[in-house]
Design a protein around this ligand. Structure first.
Ligand code: F6R
Length: 605
C-alpha cells in the first residue's frame, strides 16, 4: 500500500527518494510523487500516475536537492489521478506533506476550519496539509506547534512526513497506526514506511510509536510525545540483506519465492529444532498455549487460509480447540470468547490494519496474544505479547507463496512443541524434523516439473474466464488458497470449493469446457469421494486437471506430488497451484508481481 520515503542532509536526495520508492513498488500503488528542495533554490514537485519509471522519466536528470519527501499512493479517497497523488501542499505552497493511512474526520475538518481554501484534488491528505498550513500561514504558529495542533484534531490512521519550505534543514514526522521508521545515515537522516526502502543507505533504524512526533534534521532525531516531552529512543540494526531483495536472474519475484520454499522449510527446521530434533520454540510461547482453553487465529486472505491449513494439527497436538476469525470481521464483532483465550495473529507483513484492529481490542481486554509474522519489529509483532518469526526472507511479490507455506510449517513447530510439553501421544509419533525435510524434497520434485505444469496450464486456462478448485479435507483449504492465488494474479474468476458441496448448488455453473482443478490426497476415503466428485463434473462437460498425492494417483492424472505426512500435505499440495497461478498470469502477459488494485501490505481497514 502507500509508501513514504524522506531524506534530509544528502546531496543525492532525488536519487535516494526514487530508489526508495522503487523498493516500495512491491507494496502496490497507482501513482507517485516527490518533492525536493535545496536552500536558495526553487523546490521541485513532480508527480505521475503509473509506475516509478514514469516518475523517473518526468524527473529527468537535472533535479538536484539535499532534502525531500516521496510517496507511492494506493488510492482510497479520490481516483488515481495526478492531482490526488502525494506530496500535497498547503494553500500558499509553503508546507508539503506525504501521508499513509486514512483520516476519518477529514470532511469535518475541511468544513470547520478551511472555508475559502482551494483544493486541487479529493484526498484527505490535502485537507491535513491545508489545516497545518492554516495554523502557520493564517494563525501565525510555528510549524512544530501547528503540526501538533493539527495532530490533536485529526482522527484516523496516519504516517506523515512534512516539509516547511522556510526551514531548509528539517523534516517533521508523526505516526498513528500506520508504520513509519527513521533511518540513520552518516551525516544525513531518512524517513521511511518500510526499512526495505532505505536498506541501500543504512541498516540503522529507529522505531516510532503511535502518537509520537519526530523532528528530523541531518544530524539529529528528536522523538516527542504530542505534549512535547522528549523521549529516549535507541536505534536498532535491521537484519535485511540487500541481496535478499533482488530478483537475481528470475523474471519475476514470485517464481524466485516459489523456488525458495525448500530452503525456507530447512531454515525453519534449523531455527525451531535442535540437532537431536527437540523443539526450541520459546518456552514462554509454549506456556501461553498450554494455559489457553481455546486458540483464536485471526488473519486475512492467504494468512487466513494458512490458519485453516494448520487447524487440524494444532487441535490434535495441543488438545485445544481452534477457532478462525477473519480479521476485518472480528475487529467490529467479537463473538463470545472462551474463559482463557489465546489470540494468534497470522500475518506475513505484521502490518495488516484489519488484524491490528483486533489486536488493539485484545490488548484492551487484557488478553494474551501471539503474532506469527515474517517481519521482525512489525507493528503486530511489537504490540502482541509474543512473536514467532517465519524466517522466509523478504517476500516481494504481492501474491504470497513462501510466507504461506512458512506459516503452516511454523504453526507445526508450535503445535509439536506444545504437544511434546504436554506428553501428547500424537506429538510423540510426529517426527516433524524428518517430515518437514520430506516436504522440502517433495517441493523440489514438483518444482522440477515446471515446464510440464506450464504446458498444462496453457491448455486449461489460456482463454478461461472462470475456473474451480475442488478438494476434500485439508485439500478444501488448499483449494481456497489456490483459487485466491489464481484470481489475484491472472484475473480468472475462480472459486475454491469443498468437493462434496458442489452438488448443493454450484454445480449448475459447470458447462462444456469449464476448467476444474481437483486436489486429491493420499487418504483412501476422501480420495475415493473426491474421485466421485470429479466424475460428477466430468459428466457435465468440465475440463478437469488433477493434482494428486503419490499413493492416490491413477493412470491419466496430471500432476503427482510426492507423499508427505497428512499434517503437512497442504504445503506440498499448494506448490503446483502456485505454479498454475504464476503461469496463467505469465501466459496472459500480465505483471505477475504487481497485480492490479492490490497491495502487499494492507495498512487500511
Ligand atoms: C495474497 C496475500 C494476501 C495477504 C493478506 C493479509 O497473496 O498475500 O491475501 O495474505 O492481505 O496480509 P498479511 O498476511 O500480511 O496480514
Amino acid at each position: 500500500m502507500c509508501g513514504i520515503v524522506g531524506v534530509v542532509g544528502n546531496e543525492n536526495a532525488t536519487d535516494i527518494l526514487l530508489q526508495g520508492l522503487e523498493k516500495l513498488e512491491y507494496r502496490g500503488y497507482d501513482s507517485a510523487g516527490i518533492f525536493v528542495t535545496k536552500a536558495g533554490e526553487e523546490p521541485a514537485l513532480v508527480k505521475s500516475v503509473g509506475r516509478i519509471a514514469d516518475l523517473r522519466d518526468k524527473v529527468g536528470e537535472s533535479l538536484a536537492g539535499n532534502r525531500g519527501i516521496g510517496h507511492t499512493r494506493w488510492a482510497t479517497h479520490g481516483k488515481p489521478l495526478e492531482e490526488n497523488a502525494h506530496p500535497h501542499q498547503s494553500e500558499t505552497g509553503r508546507l508539503t506533506l506525504v501521508h499513509n493511512g486514512v483520516i476519518e474526520n477529514y470532511a469535518e475538518l475541511k468544513e470547520e476550519h478551511l472555508a475559502g481554501h482551494h483544493f486541487k484534488g479529493q484526498t484527505d491528505t490535502e485537507v491535513v496539509v491545508h489545516l497545518i498550513g492554516k495554523f502557520v500561514e493564517e494563525d501565525g504558529l510555528d510549524t512544530l506547534a501547528a503540526f501538533r495542533q493539527a495532530l490533536g484534531l485529526i482522527k484516523g490512521s496516519y504516517a506523515f512526513a512534512l516539509i516547511d519550505q522556510e526551514e531548509p534543514e528539517t523534516i517533521y514526522v508523526a505516526k498513528n497506526k500506520s508504520p513509519l521508521l527513521i533511518g540513520l545515515g552518516q551525516g544525513y537522516n531518512m524517513v521511511c514506511s518500510d526499512a526495505m526502502a532505505m536498506i541501500r543507505e543504512t541498516n540503522q533504524y529507529m522505531e516510532i510509536h503511535d502518537q509520537e512526533l519526530v523532528v528530523v534534521t541531518k544530524d539529529s532525531v528528536s522523538v516527542q510525545d504530542y505534549a512535547g516531552n522528549v523521549l529516549e529512543r535507541e536505534s536498532y540494526t535491521a537484519e535485511l540483506d540487500l541481496s535478499d531483495i533482488g530478483k537475481g536472474t528470475y523474471p519475476y519475484y514470485m517464481l524466485k519465492e516459489i523456488d525458495e520454499q525448500p530452503s525456507v522449510m530447512r531454515k525453519l527446521i534449523s531455527t525451531y529444532a535442535d540437532d537431536r530434533g527437540a523443539m526450541t520454540v520459546d518456552p514462554a510461547i509454549v506456556k501461553a498455549v498450554q494455559e489457553a482453553d481455546r486458540l483464536y487465529i485471526i488473519a486475512a486472505g492467504t494468512s487466513y487460509h494458512a490458519g485453516f491449513a494448520s487447524k487440524q494439527f494444532l487441535e490434535e497436538l495441543t488438545d485445544t480447540p481452534v477457532e478462525l476469525g477473519i480479521a476485518s470481521e472480528w475487529g467490529y464483532g467479537m463473538p463470545l470468547l472462551s474463559q482463557k483465550p489465546l489470540f494468534i495473529f497470522l500475518t506475513q507483513s505484521g502490518e495488516t490494519a484489519d488484524s491490528r484492529q483486533v489486536l488493539v481490542k485484545v490488548n484492551e481486554m487484557g488478553l494474551p496474544s501471539l503474532t506469527i509474522t515474517n517481519v521482525p519489529g512489525s507493528t503486530l509483532s511489537r504490540e502482541a505479547s509474543h512473536t514467532m518469526l517465519l524466517h522466509a526472507g523478504p517476500e516481494i511479490s504481492v501474491a504470497s507463496t513462501k510466507a504461506y507455506t512458512a506459516q503452516i510449517a511454523t504453526m507445526a513447530f508450535l503445535a509439536k512443541a506444545v504437544g511434546d510439553a504436554n506428553g501428547n501421544s500424537k506429538a510423540k509419533d510426529f517426527d516433524l524434523v524428518r517430515e518437514l525435510s520430506l516436504v522440502a524434497q517433495s517441493i523440489e520434485a514438483t518444482l522440477s516439473d515446471k515446464d510440464m505444469i506450464a504446458d498444462k496450464v496453457e491448455k486449461l486456462l489460456l482463454t478461461a474466464r472462470n475456473a474451480f478448485y475442488i478438494g476434500r479435507g485439508s485439500n478444501y483449504y488448499v483449494a481456497m488458497e489456490a483459487s485466491l492465488k489464481l484470481k489475484e494474479i491472472s484475473y480468472i474468476q475462480c472459486e475454491g470449493f469443498a468437493a462434496g458441496e458442489l452438488k448443493h448448488g454450484t454445480i449448475s455453473l459447470i458447462e462444456d469446457g469449464t476448467p476444474v482443478i481437483a486436489l486429491i490426497s493420499n487418504n483412501s476415503v476422501l480420495a475415493s469421494h473426491a474421485r466421485g466428485n470429479v466424475a460428477e463434473v466430468v459428466a457435465r462437460g468440465a475440463h478437469v486437471l488433477t493434482i494428486v498425492e503419490e499413493g492416490a494417483d491413477k493412470a491419466g492424472d496430471d500432476i503427482i506430488t510426492r507423499a508427505v505426512h497428512p499434517y503437512l500435505s497442504s504445503i506440498s499440495m499448494v506448490i503446483p497451484t502456485q505454479l498454475i497461478a504464476y503461469y496463467a498470469s505469465l501466459q496472459r502477459g500480465l505483471d505477475v508481481d504487481k497485480p492490479r488494485n492490490l497491495a502487499k501490505s494492507v495498512t487500511v481497514e
